[in-house]
Design a protein around this ligand. Structure first.
Ligand SMILES: Nc1ncnc2c1ncn2[C@@H]1O[C@H](COP(=O)(O)OP(=O)(O)O)[C@@H](O)[C@H]1O
Ligand SMILES: Nc1ncnc2c1ncn2[C@H]1C[C@H](O)[C@@H](COP(=O)(O)O)O1
Length: 217
């Protein structure tokens, strides 16, 4: 146990819409805590760029790819006995992305059903521990769009702003209904990743949340 009362085998997952700051916060918290990171790999994804050019053609391929990658990470976290900060949850793949494309008609009904049945089968395996806490990062849409622009991934910058608007709305609803584990909501205006005190404050809140949740079980 560390000074934050976070168990050494804990799993802390960072969630939120594209560009909000998940990867950056994941790295900063893991460093402060001495935990390992589970990061989303964008550079080696063989479908992502194609997907942004043609959602209909590639959305199913991309979801299967992300599901496989995410599941391998879950398995790794399980086998290594936890102690991870994880960049994005598997719940977002299904609850936000796959659903959004199915609803918008850029993933067929059959493909969505195939994807969902595979996801459900994977969740039922022992490799699927729920996080101890899910940190949900939120902020204003203009600030997030600005971050997407500044980060400079051309495929995201070229994507119509309505895509990000729809995703933003979905995330706001999704998090209000999310109940798979305790949630710590953080606004991007309330922390500074470069300030160790600010990271410690977040970790203290994570530790409090884990202790409260353990006491109520
Ligand atoms: N706390 C922060 N303050 C200012 N800029 C940030 C902060 N967190 C992330 N950024 C910047 O915002 C952009 C998106 O951050 P990133 O962590 O890659 O987001 P995500 O993983 O959620 O897509 C990057 O350019 C990053 O440097
Ligand atoms: N499940 C997903 N479906 C479609 N696109 C996805 C999915 N998961 C991540 N993405 C995209 C969104 C971004 O362009 C990159 C990386 O996400 P980020 O939020 O920047 O870490 O992958």
């Amino acid at each position: 146990m560390n000074q934050y009362l976070i168990p050494e085998n804990a799993i802390i997952t960072v969630a939120g819409t594209v560009g909000v700051g998940k990867s950056t916060l994941t790295a900063a918290l893991a460093e402060q805590l001495g935990f390992k990171t589970s990061l989303e790999q964008v550079d080696h994804n063989p479908y992502l760029e194609k997907f942004y050019h043609d959602f209909e053609r590639w959305s199913f391929h991309l979801q299967i790819y992300f599901l496989a990658e995410r599941f391998k990470e879950q398995k790794k976290i399980f086998e290594m006995g936890g102690g991870f900060v994880q960049d994005r949850s598997i719940y977002e793949d299904t609850g936000i992305f796959a659903k959004m494309h199915a609803d918008q008609g850029t993933m067929s009904k059959t493909d969505y059903e195939t994807y969902t049945s595979l996801f459900d089968a994977m969740v039922m395996t022992p490799y699927f521990p729920h996080p101890d806490v899910l940190i949900y990062i939120e902020g204003s849409l203009p600030s997030i769009l600005n971050r997407i622009k500044e980060r400079g991934r051309e495929m995201e910058i070229q994507t119509d702003v309505t895509y990000w608007e729809h995703m933003y709305e979905r995330y706001s609803k999704w998090i209000n209904e999310f109940d798979a584990c305790p949630v710590l909501r953080l606004n991007i205006e309330e922390y500074d990743v470069h300030d160790p005190e600010s990271m410690k404050d977040i970790l203290k809140r994570v530790g409090d949340m884990i202790s409260t949740s353990a006491a109520s079980k």
